[in-house]
Every structure is written in structure tokens, then in C-alpha cells.
Design a protein. Structure first.
Length: 368
């Protein structure tokens, strides 16, 4: 999903040109340039598919059909997830694909407007274990550095995954949902690829890991002893994948056209996924952009990462009382607890309220 620090797939600094690249025609008015940093993830790799189909062209100075229509120049930067957040926070890109949990930290120095949700984790993030329940995870010190303070309580059950990330967030929230306490477990920091390999190869010291797709799919397929103990399906619409833009960018004339082009491209590819005649090929195209998955595995990933495939669906989420009053408060509290946010700051989250200037604002302005 994903997610904080580290990536699962091949990294490239710039996305290649589309099949049918068109050079921008001579115009009396230069196109508005908007850059987007995104990493490989089901609903974000959609932008790579949009480029393949000529809707946008990620190369600066060249335009796809939607860019020409709206007189914009979208520059795509495909990098790992950490780098996406870093580039955005430093103001080196205009927009970023990021989760509702991870958008908070970079917004401390750069105010952000979330213009659309792209998907939600609905099983894509999972606790995998070689035992069939949380109660069977062994209590023991594995002589490894774990938490940021380097201490592991021998009385804790150990869960391996990327700490202070969406993985740990999902683990804690799903655990609470099941009636258990995160205090009875120690979340040990381990790169997700290494964690998945450990379980796939039956390394004796690791019984439980928290990872996301494609690691979930791959691990379950390689080792039939591994089971899903918890996943994000039990906490619906708590992890939201988003398209966010710097508030400074949206103050510029022409920025609305840039956002419109990105969203038009996103919804166009979603339309291909929902159309029976184009779905299979679009799954192939999306799988090529997301970790080189085949169409069958890509379909599973899409099922476990439910897309907000239309502006109507996106509006329903952003306008819901639960999202406004619970979802973002839970994400904020997690970020503060893990030290991702300065608790002394007056960190405000807003939802299009008139007269307010929140640090992070969720808007339905572009969801028409």
C-alpha cells in the first residue's frame, strides 16, 4: 500500500513516453506544467496505464490527448514511496500519490490539499503467520534490535514489518478491532521484502509478519503453511490512498486544469477496468506497471484494493461523517503517537470549511 519507507518493485526516476507521443502544438498560451510523484501501487500505477494509452505523456514538453485538450503538461516521476514523500515535502514535485496516514508528516512544512481518494485497502495489508491465531505466536526474545529504542520485551509477541508505517497502523487498528491490545505485541522493524522472504523460506525465528501486496500474494503462494491472521478488510475505509497537491501549487493560475487532467486520466482507466470488453487487457496493462503481475494476480490486487472509480464514489467518502470525524482523527493520533508529527504543533485537518486554512484539507471541489 505501500508503504512508508521502502518499495516492493522496480524503481525508475522517470516514466517513459507513451505509445503515441504528441509534441505540444505551438500555442499563444504555454501549457500549465504539473509534476506528479507516484510509486507502484494498484490505484497509482493507473497513471502509468494512462500514459501507455496516450492519455497523458510523462515526459516534460510532450503531451497526451488529455493534456492537449486541457492545455497542460503533466510530468510523471515514478520513484519509490519514500522518495515520493521526500520530493513532495521538499517542494520538488507539485503532487503526490500518498496514503491518508503518510500525507500528514510532509504537510507540517508544506500545506496540502487532498483532491481525491484513489483506493482503500480492503485486504491488501495483512498479518501473515505460520500459526493460525495471534495467541499462538511465541513469546521470546530473538536477540534482534527491534523498536527504535533497541529494546524488545521478552514477554511480548513479535510481529515483523515496517514500523511507523501503514503496516503498523493496520496491525494496531485490526488488533483493536479483534478485541486485543497492541501493548501485548512488539512490532519489530524489518523491511517488508526481507520479512516476506523470511516467512517464505521458513526462517525459524520469525513467525508473523505484517506486509502488503504483492508480498501477501507471493508469500501465501510460496508457503502453504502461512495463513492470514488479520487484514485490512476488518477495518474498511480506514487506509485511504490519495492524490494530494501542494496548496502553493493550487494558488497558481491553470492549476485547476492540471488537477482535472490527472483525475480525467485516472477515471478513464477505471472506466476501462469496469468495461467488460476492455477489462482483461487493462488488467494486463496494470499488472505490467505494478510489479509485473499477470492479469489474474492483478485482479486479486484490485479486489483487495478497492478503487474509488468515479467522482461519485469519491464524494461519498469525503462527505461521510465517519471519514471526517473518525478516520482522519485515528490517522492523526497514530502519527503523533509514533513521533511522525510534532505534538506541539497545532496540526489541523479540514474538509472545505469556509474561512479555514488547515494544514491538510480534503476537498470535493474537483470531484465533479
Amino acid at each position: 500500500m505501500k508503504k512508508f519507507m521502502g518499495l516492493m518493485c522496480v524503481v525508475a526516476l522517470f516514466v517513459g513516453c507513451a505509445k503515441e507521443t504528441k509534441v505540444s502544438p505551438v500555442s499563444s498560451k504555454a501549457p500549465f506544467v504539473m509534476s506528479l510523484a507516484y510509486s507502484e501501487y494498484p490505484s497509482w500505477s493507473v497513471f502509468g496505464v494512462a500514459e501507455k494509452h496516450g492519455l497523458i505523456d510523462g515526459a516534460k514538453g510532450k503531451q497526451g490527448s488529455l493534456e492537449l485538450k486541457n492545455n497542460v503538461d503533466i510530468v510523471l516521476k515514478l520513484v519509490d514511496y519514500d522518495m515520493c514523500i521526500s520530493l513532495y515535502g521538499q517542494g520538488l514535485v507539485d503532487a503526490v500519490c500518498v496514503t491518508n496516514v503518510d500525507v500528514l508528516a510532509p504537510s507540517q512544512r508544506r500545506h496540502t490539499v487532498v483532491v481525491a481518494p484513489t483506493s482503500t485497502s480492503a485486504g491488501a495489508d495483512a498479518l501473515l503467520a505460520t500459526v493460525d491465531s495471534l495467541d499462538k505466536i511465541q513469546w521470546k526474545d530473538l536477540d534482534r534490535e527491534g523498536k527504535s529504542d533497541g529494546k524488545i520485551d521478552a514477554n511480548d509477541r513479535l510481529i515483523y514489518g515496517l514500523e511507523k508505517s501503514v503496516s503498523e497502523f493496520v496491525f494496531e487498528q485490526a488488533l483493536l478491532k479483534s478485541g486485543k491490545s497492541p501493548k501485548d505485541y512488539t512490532f519489530v522493524n524489518l523491511d517488508p521484502a526481507a520479512a516476506a522472504t523470511a516467512l517464505q523460506t521458513n526462517q525459524p525465528n520469525i513467525q508473523a509478519i505484517m506486509v502488503w501486496n504483492p508480498f501477501v500474494l507471493q508469500t501465501l503462494r510460496v508457503n502453504d503453511k502461512v495463513k492470514v491472521v488479520l487484514n485490512s478488510e476488518s477495518i474498511p475505509e480506514l487506509v485511504i490512498d490519495c492524490l494530494a497537491v501542494g496548496s502553493d501549487v493550487l494558488e497558481k493560475q491553470g492549476s485547476d486544469r492540471g488537477v482535472k487532467t490527472l483525475l480525467d486520466a485516472f477515471y478513464a482507466v477505471n472506466g476501462m477496468l469496469e468495461n467488460k470488453t476492455t477489462r482483461d487487457q487493462t488488467l494486463v496493462d496494470l499488472g505490467e506497471k505494478f510489479c509485473s503481475l499477470d492479469a489474474k494476480d492483478m485482479a486479486i490486487c484490485c479486489e483487495q484494493t478497492k478503487f474509488y472509480s468515479s467522482p461519485e464514489k469519491a464524494n461519498v467518502l469525503f462527505n461521510s461523517d465517519r471519514f471526517k470525524n473518525e478516520t482522519m482523527k485515528t490517522a492523526h493520533d497514530f502519527a503523533v503517537e509514533k513521533g511522525l508529527l510534532d505534538s506541539k504543533l497545532n496540526f489541523s485537518i479540514g474538509f472545505d470549511e469556509a474561512g479555514t486554512t488547515p494544514v491538510v484539507r480534503f476537498t470535493t471541489k474537483y470531484l465533479k
